[in-house]
Design a protein around this ligand. Structure first.
Ligand code: NAG
Ligand code: NAG
Ligand code: NAG
Ligand code: NAG
Ligand code: NAG
Ligand code: NAG
Ligand code: NAG
Length: 424
């Protein structure tokens, strides 16, 4: 995202884009394919914009709710803005040094790529944990939220932040101080992983170079919910036999996972994933296979997602809403399992539907049996596909590819209205 996209991104956070109401009383009104369109000019009076000279790629936003501030990560810059009117409080340059840039050029990367793209921006207490690509030498800093120039720690960004600005990643910090990052772990981007580090729990990752775990994923978002961390992404579908197809996924791990012994050492023993279905029903359903952005409404346990078609096919976008309980249900059900690469994928009973975080109350060092570990290594993908709350997507539009979304629940006269904000 560069140039004009900067503004669009801030639109979406301000919520002044296109409106659609998924669940009010008059469903026919809301299931219309056409939605009222308001021009940019008309919303002008309600619009706040922030621009900064030389700053592009406004890719990360986070809030400091205590101070009513917005923290923004752009290429080579961090900003603190007043939440109320987006006025600038602090601008901090965070660039790569010359030696790092030179090393980056020598690896054949362009001037454009050999910059510091902020890709992790997380608030924990009065600290901002932020990482940048730093010319393909990712680095993370721990800063004071109230003064972003005040750096307390600087650590390697490897396995926490992508090397390349093109690689899509997501990260979260738990209350316990663990960082969960889903990102490419290496320079060429061939080793994607969901990786836990920092905090007191042992570092763990998804199995390396194993396409059944992750297959060229594009990570979209992550949430800390109850005993789990959830990850949303799209990836090449291993279970799809004919041709290359991308499917969208919800995956999760237990936060109290400590990895295996001998088997699955330093690796998740609780990683599982399920396909998300966002499609237009019909004799032959039309699939919006590629998740681009999500928004979680914790008070309703709903995950909103914007899905698109593949870039090589006709452009179309849809919003589907998933109930967290439907996702949990898929995770409690059978697995989809393939005995060997020539055999069919078949449902396989879940050997321990509740084994997931069952050890949480018994302390960390409960032994998983060898059998448990073999199962954990074998069964990754759920058989059941997670279906959205309504079979027809809440919103569909052809010829558009939306990339960002936010959802607000507002009280109208007699009902709660969900307002979806979408941005390209
Ligand atoms: C940031 O610094 C604070 C205070 O030293 C520390 O408690 C916290 O764990 C650090 N966070 C990270 C993610 O390094
Ligand atoms: C912010 O921190 C920097 C570096 O520690 C310091 O030089 C500067 O005076 C601080 N600014 C404010 C407003 O406290
Ligand atoms: C990251 O996601 C964007 C938006 O969907 C996409 O255009 C881009 O190709 C993705 N990056 C990679 C390396 O696949
Ligand atoms: C977490 O797991 C424990 C043990 O299985 C369970 O008792 C508890 O209800 C779970 N918490 C949530 C929020 O699901
Ligand atoms: C996805 O949803 C559509 C529409 O409800 C349905 O026809 C289709 O069978 C579902 N596909 C999968 C794989 O669950
Ligand atoms: C989500 O699922 C829960 C449990 O099945 C149900 O009570 C709730 O009504 C569902 N929410 C929506 C919006 O469908
Ligand atoms: C776990 O296994 C080890 C070695 O087999 C054993 O010494 C230990 O007592 C076991 N711990 C628990 C909590 O069962």
């Amino acid at each position: 995202m560069k140039g004009t996209c900067v503004i669009a991104w801030l639109f979406s956070s301000l919520g002044l884009w296109r409106l659609t109401h998924p669940e009010p009383q008059d469903m026919t009104q809301c299931q219309r394919a056409e939605h009222p369109v308001i021009s940019y000019k008309e919303i002008g009076p309600w619009l706040r914009e922030f621009r900064a000279k030389n700053a592009v790629d406004f890719s990360q936003l986070t809030f400091d709710p205590g101070q009513k501030e917005l923290v923004v990560g752009a290429r080579n810059y961090l900003f603190r803005l007043q939440l109320e009117d987006l006025s600038l409080i602090q601008a901090v340059k965070w660039e790569c040094d010359e030696a790092t840039k030179k090393a980056c050029y020598s690896k054949g990367k362009s001037k454009e790529e050999c910059q510091n793209y902020i890709r992790v921006l997380l608030v924990g207490g009065n600290r901002l944990f932020t990482c940048g690509t730093n010319a393909f030498t990712p680095v993370c800093t721990n800063r004071s939220l109230s003064n972003l120039t005040e750096i307390h720690d600087q650590i390697s960004g490897m396995a926490r932040c992508p090397y390349s600005p093109q690689h899509n990643s997501t990260a979260l910090l738990t209350a316990g101080g663990e960082l969960y990052a889903a990102t490419a772990m290496d320079f060429p981007g061939r080793d994607p992983a969901i990786y836990r580090s920092l905090g007191i729990l042992p570092p763990l990752r998804t199995a390396q170079y194993n396409s059944k775990w992750l297959n060229e994923p594009n990570f979209v978002s992550s949430y800390d919910i109850g005993n789990f961390t959830y990850f949303f992404f799209r990836e090449n579908a291993v279970e799809h036999d004919c041709g290359k197809t991308v499917f969208s996924r919800a995956a999760r791990v237990c936060k109290n996972d400590i990895g295996g012994r001998f088997l699955l050492e330093d690796t998740w023993t609780t990683f599982m994933k399920a396909r998300l279905n966002c499609s237009r029903p019909g004799e032959v359903p039309f699939y919006y296979n590629e998740l681009q952005s999500t928004f979680f409404l914790p008070e309703l346990d709903l995950i909103y997602g914007i899905f698109t078609t593949n870039v090589n096919s006709i452009a179309a976008s849809a919003v589907c809403v998933f109930n967290l309980s439907a996702i949990s249900q898929a995770f409690a059900g059978p697995f989809k399992y393939q005995e060997n690469s020539r055999s069919a994928w078949l449902p396989y009973p879940n050997p321990n539907p509740n084994f997931q975080c069952g050890t949480v109350d018994q302390g960390l060092y409960v032994n998983l049996t060898e059998r448990n570990l073999q199962d954990a290594q074998k069964f990754i993908l759920m058989h059941e596909v997670v279906q959205p709350v309504t079979p027809v997507p809440s919103f569909m539009e052809d010829n558009s590819r939306f990339s960002h979304m936010a959802v607000d629940v507002v009280q109208s006269r007699d009902t709660l209205v969900h307002i979806i904000y979408l941005a390209t």
